[in-house]
Design a protein around this ligand. Sequence first.
Ligand code: URA
Length: 224
Amino acid sequence: MFSGLNNTGIMKIGYNQMMTKPEALAKLANEILADKSLPLAESNLVFGEGDPNTAVLFIGEAPGRREDELKRPFVGRSGQLLDKLISEIGWKRSEVYITNIVKRRPPDNRDPLPKEIEGYKPYLARQIEIIKPKVIATLGRFSMNYFLPQAKITRDEGKLFPAGAYFIYPLFHPAAALRSTGTLEALRQSFKRLPEAITKAEELIKTQPPTTIAESPIKQESLF
Ligand code: URA
C-alpha cells in the first residue's frame, strides 16, 4: 500500500458527539434513504464504498445498470478497468473510496439532469467532508466540471488543481478509455502519477492552511 494513502480520524459532529467515519457515513446513507424529496427514487441507492480513511476519493458521474443492481459503484465494465488501473499502481480497490456525484441511476444511462445533481449535492458535500480526502480524483468530464467548471478534460487531465479544502485531479472516465486506446494510455499514465499528486497535495496542505470549498472560489491554476 502507498504509505500516504491512509488518513485515519474520528470526527466530531457536534457538541461532545464523536463518531467514527464509518458511523458518520452510515448515518448519511440512512438520511439519503429517508429523504423522499430526492430525484430518481425509483432506482437503488449507490452510496459509495471503500476505505473512508483514504487520501484519495474517486468520484464518477452516476451509477449504471450493473451498479444499480448491485448497489455498488463502478462494478460494470468501467469498474473492472478502474480496478485494474488501481492494482497496476500497487493499490487495492478496498484502500480507496469510490462514489458518484449522483447516487441513483438515471434511466437509460442518460446524463444526470441539473435538478438531480442539485438534489444530491448537499449529501455529496457531507460525504466529502466526512472522508476528508487529500485528493479528489474525478472520473470523466462531468465529474471534473462539477468541481472545476472551466476545466477541459483533454487539456487538464492528470493535473492537480486546488479547490477550497481539497485538490482535484481530473482523470478520463474509464468508459472513454474502453473506447480508445489513446485515452486508455493517457489514463494509465495519469494513474501512475497519482501517488505523486497526493504527496504534492500533502505538502501544499502543510504550507497553505485549507479553507472550505464554500468560502473559497475555485482556482483554475494547475500545480503540476
Ligand atoms: N460510471 C460512473 O460514472 N459511475 C459508476 O458507478 C459506473 C459507471
